[in-house]
Design a protein around this ligand. Sequence first.
Ligand SMILES: [Zn+2]
Length: 236
Amino acid sequence: MLLDVWYWVAIGIGTLAGMWAQAKVKGAFAKYSQFTTRSGLTGADVARKILQQYNIHDVTVEPVPGALSDHYDPRTKTLRLSEPVYASRSMAAFGIAAHEVGHAIQHAENYGALKFRSAWVPVAGLGGKISMFVIIASLLLGGMATVGSLSWLLGWVGLALFATTTIFTLVTLPVEFDASKRAIYALDQGGFTTGEELQGAKKVLDAAAMTYVAAALASFVQLLYWASLLLGGRRD
Ligand SMILES: [Zn+2]
C-alpha cells in the first residue's frame, strides 16, 4: 500500500525538481562568481553598506563555513554569509549578500509574510512530525471511504497536519521573492553595481528562488498523493 508506484512517482517529481533547481543555482553561482564587480567591495562590505542605508544598525554581519549556507537569523539579528560570499567581489556574492540583507530589512519593517512564516515554523515542525503516524493509522483502519468513521476523521486530521508543511513551503515563496526584489533594488539604488553586474546578481537570485519553488511543488505533490490514497480515489 505504502510502496506503490504512485508513491515513487510523487517522491520522484519532488526529488527531480529539487535536483534540477540545485543544479541551476550551483551553476549560476559558479558562473557569476567568475565576474568581479568594479566597486572593489566584498559581499560583506555591500551587506554592511546596504544595512547602513536602511538605518539598520543592530544587525551583525559575520562569515559562516560552507557553500550557499548564507542566511539571516532574526532571533540574534545576525547576517551570516558563507565564506565564498563574505570575502568575494563577484556579482554572485553581491546578489546573495544583498538578498540576505533583504531578509534583515523585512524583519526591521515587520514584513507580514516573514512574520507569518516565523510564527508558522513550530506549527509546521509539529505537523510534519506527527502527520505520517495519523495518516498511516487512518489507512490501516480503512482510510476515508466511510464518512463519519474514526479512520475518516483521522484521515482529515492527518491531511491537515501534513498541509501545515505545504503551507510553510508556500509562504516561504513571497518571503524569498520579496528579499530578492529588495536586493536588486538596493544594489541598483546604492550604486554598487553597473547594469551588467546587476543582471548577473539577478540571475543568481532567480536560480536560488527556483529551489523554493521546487520545495513547494514537492510538498504539494506529496499532499495530493496522501489525499488520493486516503480518499480511495485511486485503486491498485
Ligand atoms: Zn532568502
